[in-house]
Design a protein. Structure first.
Length: 149
């Protein structure tokens, strides 16, 4: 069996890439961009451009399309989806902070506190503006009338 040697990179051997590495990266980007342009130009001039009614129809797994393709979803559905994404990203940041809280010290604590407070104020603003309400205007008016009693 051959002896294996392992070399580990130390901070003193790491550094900015040399000119050879930058030259090879630039050459690679240039060749890739040139190839993409050549293929796009060839496809434009050599491609077959026939259009028929059958080609213009949408293909839906060999099923003839019926009805309108666009489904009307209520706006609150999209708002809740966006809120979910925002607060899901918040959870990712908070969990990543929690993993390294001991190394971040008080500065990290105050930064994550500021982050959470800003998001909480945004949630309160959305709640007060009615962004979390799903009902119609009449339903909301009825709920507000009940709350005032």
């Amino acid at each position: 069996m051959l002896p294996t040697t392992t070399t580990t990179a130390t901070p003193s051997t790491l550094g900015p890439p040399g000119p050879e590495a930058l030259l090879s990266l630039g050459l690679y980007v240039l060749i890739a961009t040139g190839l993409i342009l050549v293929l796009l130009i060839l496809a434009r001039f050599l491609g077959n451009r026939t259009s028929t009614e059958q080609k213009s129809q949408p293909y839906e797994s060999a099923v003839l399309p019926t009805g309108e393709a666009r489904l009307r979803e209520p706006v609150p559905f999209y708002l809740v989806a966006i809120f979910f994404i925002v607060f899901d990203v918040e959870a990712i940041f908070v969990v990543s902070w929690a993993v390294a809280y001991d190394r971040l010290g008080w500065a990290g604590f105050w930064q994550i506190t500021f982050f959470i407070v800003i998001l909480f104020l945004g949630l309160v603003y959305l709640w007060k503006m009615g962004g979390l309400e799903w009902g119609s205007e009449t339903t909301r008016a009825q709920l507000l009338a009940r709350r005032r009693r």
